[in-house]
Design a protein around this ligand. Structure first.
Ligand SMILES: Cc1cc2nc3c(=O)[nH]c(=O)nc-3n(C[C@H](O)[C@H](O)[C@H](O)COP(=O)(O)OP(=O)(O)OC[C@H]3O[C@@H](n4cnc5c(N)ncnc54)[C@H](O)[C@@H]3O)c2cc1C
Length: 455
């Protein structure tokens, strides 16, 4: 198979690396595209799109391949695969970086930290920049520097009709607004320009673990602690088991536990002071908080969520962590059948909440916490665990119903959550997104995503 004017690699079922090329992070996903067009630049994206139109092929767009719903790959159609486009170019004087559309956060952290700079990215470094940013972009630095979308200055986009345009506050501002939260609905982003900030190289970071039995007390203390926390303090609560890390004693490995993990986006001394009272709370099982190179912290939990395991997610925004909500969380968090399953709760606020609600398409800026419940099992356990972990995640979400805040983070929706897309944005933002969709992609060319229907 050939595509006119295409310089990258075309991978079809007869290639030896076809199975690797069609695999995404979630091992549940098993789709067989007719063609994977691994692009080398924007011109290849244009050529691949034209080919797809000419041959009436379904189109999926792949950045980092991490989306749990597996939208980066489709059956029978073409995957416009940006995984070979990972360059990052830092302008240290201007404090910005151009990042290609297939880059991972590890690429961004590596290049920006060489200049003592950073921007808000995801908390797992093998996640793609593109999908994460287009949905909003939560990370350790968000309370200080805003979401990934709040740091986005411009994007180069190949539109559905094959034009290469630049979107920013000055050029195609409607498109720029929609890209900042509206997902992959509006075109293929071939590069992103981010604002950068001074950070590191060392930051105070890492998790503290307490026994699962202490969950309710820890969460009550945590709720009050983060309500007063400075913007520099990013934190995520993880409810699951202790990972088998070498710096944690063997006898604690896989024990059910609550962890509060931090990253302080400021001076090490200030960071140590900021986390002191929480580290002293109760009787921690293990405390691995320490001054750590920011780059190392960004990849510290990578091995807890490897590619190829089977994952099933449920998520919601949470209103304040009332005592009742905490009791529900403590009651459900450790009843999964698999020791790999867990829930993660992000603390938002700070700079995220100070951006005007209609400035970007991302919604939920006034939400203090969200939770993502992750059923996880190994591929060879599917027969025994898939149904049980799926049911656990659904029941946990159901139990949280009275404690939910409006909306859900679009990037945490799984394949069976499409009915929640409108809820995710709310009616007003959804309608505005649909108008932009009608202008830039009236035929819904890009629909293997969290789809916004043209009006
Ligand atoms: C282990 C793990 C950790 C995570 N941690 C965080 C976190 O800390 N913060 C957070 O906010 N989210 C997090 N997420 C969720 C993450 O934001 C989404 O999974 C996101 O979709 C990943 O982006 P990707 O490029 O890797 O995905 P892909 O699966 O490649 O893409 C997802 C969708 O994005 C669109 N897309 C991808 N690339 C492009 C492009 N170049 N142009 C246009 N559209 C494109 C397409 O519609 C595609 O279907 C995490 C996910 C995982 C699996």
């Amino acid at each position: 198979m050939e595509i006119d004017g295409f310089l990258g690699r075309l991978i079809t079922a007869d290639h030896t690396d076809y199975d690797a090329a069609r695999a995404v992070w979630n091992g549940v996903i098993d789709r067989r595209p007719r063609l994977i067009a691994r692009c080398s630049g924007s011109a290849d994206v244009v050529a691949a799109l034209r080919f797809a139109h000419d041959h009436e092929l379904e189109i999926a767009v792949r950045g980092g391949g991490h989306n749990v719903a597996g939208t980066a790959v489709c059956d029978d159609g073409i995957v416009i695969d940006l995984s070979a486009m990972r360059a990052v170019r830092v302008d240290s004087a201007g404090r910005t970086a151009w990042v290609q559309g297939g880059a991972l956060w590890s690429d961004v952290d590596h290049e920006t930290q060489a200049h003592g700079l950073a921007t808000t990215g995801g908390i797992v470094s093998h996640t793609g920049v593109a999908g994460l940013t287009l949905g909003g972009g939560l990370g350790w630095l968000m309370r200080k520097y805003g979401l990934a979308v709040d740091n986005l200055r411009a994007a180069e986009v190949v539109t559905a009709e094959g034009s290469i345009v630049r979107a920013s506050t000055d050029e195609h501002p409607d498109l720029f607004w929609a890209l900042r939260g509206g997902g992959g609905n509006f075109g293929v982003v071939t590069s992103f320009q981010f604002a950068l900030h001074s950070l590191g190289p060392d930051v105070v970071a890492g998790p503290v673990f307490w026994a699962a039995e202490d969950t309710a007390e820890v969460l009550r203390f945590y709720r009050d602690f983060v309500a007063e926390a400075p913007d520099e303090l990013g934190s995520v609560v993880r409810l699951g088991t202790v990972p088998p890390w070498p710096d944690i004693p063997d006898h604690l490995h896989w024990r059910p536990a609550i962890a509060v993990a931090f990253c302080y986006a400021g001076a090490v001394d200030d960071g140590e002071r900021a986390v002191r009272s929480l580290r002293r709370f109760g009787t921690p099982l293990a405390d691995v908080v320490a001054p750590t190179p920011y780059v190392a912290h960004q990849s510290a939990i990578d091995d807890t969520v490897p590619h190829g395991r089977h994952y099933y997610w449920k998520s919601t925004n949470l209103a304040r962590l009332s005592d009742d909500a905490i009791d529900v969380i403590a009651e459900h968090a450790y009843t999964a059948g698999s020791p790999l399953s867990y829930a993660a709760m992000f603390h938002l606020g700070g700079a995220v909440a100070r951006v005007p609600h209609d400035a970007t398409a991302y919604t939920g800026r006034d939400v203090p916490h969200n939770i993502v419940i992750e059923g996880v099992w190994l591929p060879d356990q599917a027969a025994g665990l898939a149904a049980a972990e799926t049911a656990w995640a659904r029941q946990f979400l159901q139990a949280l119903e009275p404690h939910r805040a409006a909306g859900v983070y679009i990037n945490f929706l799984d394949a069976d959550d499409d009915s929640r897309i409108r809820e995710s944005y709310g009616d007003h933002t959804y309608r505005r997104l649909a108008e932009v969709k009608s202008k830039y992609d009236p035929d819904n060319t890009f629909h293997h995503n969290k789809n916004i229907h043209p009006t």
